[in-house]
Design a binder for this molecule. Structure first.
Ligand code: UD1
Length: 341
């Protein structure tokens, strides 16, 4: 297989670092990570360095002239673009931060990329582009479902999707894969002496994600947690989400690199196509970690839909992606072991 020159923006972050790990461990591609280290971690970069050599550029994507310079001088074949702001409530309070960091910076990256004749672009989008589905179809939300984001975060990503699509329409040399992530969770599946020992994981401070919070409770870092709403129209009344292990999401990106060498641009949901309730997740976390912690009932969080479950037929049939860690217990266990590390 050809050796490619790949740029990963946000490669020191949670999902980007898992993709970098797989590229370093399972391919011979040349890897460059570009990150401003605002939420990405130098410890993660040090861990990645123990796997294989790569280039690191500390840079904020808002530094347009320097970004252009990096792209013009490196001859990248593919850009995988993760760097973004991702906290929904913050996006409501500070929408311009999201439109600048996500939409404007992505637009500039594409402008610089196409000027530098870069042909392939892989983009992290989100199930948040689907907004608050009035009703989840029986076999999940597919890629043609109405996109109607209900917060600036989702809209900043949807606008970026549009910029990418329009660019590809006008420029036949430029191809893309857009992934719409469902609920990403868990940490590096790595075993030492048969014990699960994740080397990288989610380090973002003040996390709001359910599995991260439950793992913090299981380790004792957090005393208790709350269930945000138990009167949804779901089987047990709590919110239902499609949790995907971060290593499976990462493997979809590795597939996308080769997919784009042979196939046309496309948008893919990334999820397992089945949902678990908040109660099921908390019970699983308690069970696999053999812990107990206080769980209170609280009011619904603004903008939380009852259920979000992907239809993943397209990624399975067109990209031939198949998950290896479709197991809520393993997702919870790996999040816990990373938290406990
Ligand atoms: C998250 C992200 C969103 C991203 C989406 C898909 C946030 C706020 N949302 O959505 O940007 O697009 O994943 O990747 O970061 N819950 C509790 N108690 C808690 C925390 C959560 O009950 O302490 C519930 C929520 O109400 C929800 C479920 O758990 O029903 C999942 O919540 P969360 O992990 O925050 O993810 P989402 O909001 O679904």
């Amino acid at each position: 297989m050809a050796q490619l020159n790949i740029l990963i923006t946000g490669g020191a972050g949670y999902i980007g670092s898992h993709v970098a790990k797989q590229l370093l461990e399972t391919t011979t591609h040349n890897i460059t990570i570009l990150d401003n280290l605002s939420t990405g971690s130098t410890k993660t970069l040090d861990t990645l360095k123990t796997m294989r050599e790569f280039n690191f550029i500390e840079l904020d994507l808002k530094e347009f002239a320097q970004v252009a310079d990096v792209l013009n001088t490196n001859n990248f074949d593919t850009i995988i673009h993760f760097a973004a702001s991702i906290v929904v409530p913050e996006s409501v309070e500070n929408p311009l931060k999201y439109y600048m960091n996500n939409t404007v910076n992505t637009t500039n990256l594409i402008k610089c990329g196409t000027d530098a004749k870069i042909k392939r672009f892989i983009f992290s989008s989100t199930a948040a582009v689907y907004g608050e589905p009035s009703e989840v179809p029986k076999d999940g939300i597919d890629e043609n479902y109405l996109t109607l984001p209900i917060n600036p975060y989702g809209m900043s990503k949807l606008m970026s999707e549009r910029v990418i699509q329009d660019t590809a329409l006008a420029n036949k040399e430029f191809k893309f894969v857009i992934f719409r992530y469902f609920n990403v969770a868990g940490a590096d599946i790595n075993y030492t002496d048969d014990k699960l020992t994740p080397r990288i994981g989610q380090s973002f401070p003040n996390a709001t994600h359910l599995i991260k919070i439950a793992s913090e409770c299981a380790t004792g870092k957090r005393e208790k947690m709350a269930i945000f709403g138990d009167d949804f129209n779901t089987l047990d009344g709590t919110g239902v989400r499609d949790y995907i292990h971060v290593d499976d999401l990462a493997s979809a990106h590795i597939k996308a690199i080769d997919y784009l060498l042979e196939n046309d641009s496309d948008i893919f949901n990334a999820g397992y196509g089945r949902g678990y309730s908040v109660k099921e997740v908390i019970e699983t976390m308690k069970k696999v970690t053999n812990t107990n912690f206080q769980v209170d009932n609280a009011a619904r969080r603004a903008g939380d839909p009852a259920a979000l479950i992907s239809n993943n037929t397209k990624i399975k049939t067109k990209m031939h992606w198949s998950p290896n860690h479709n197991d809520l217990a393993l997702i919870c266990q790996s999040a816990f072991e990373w938290e406990n590390y």
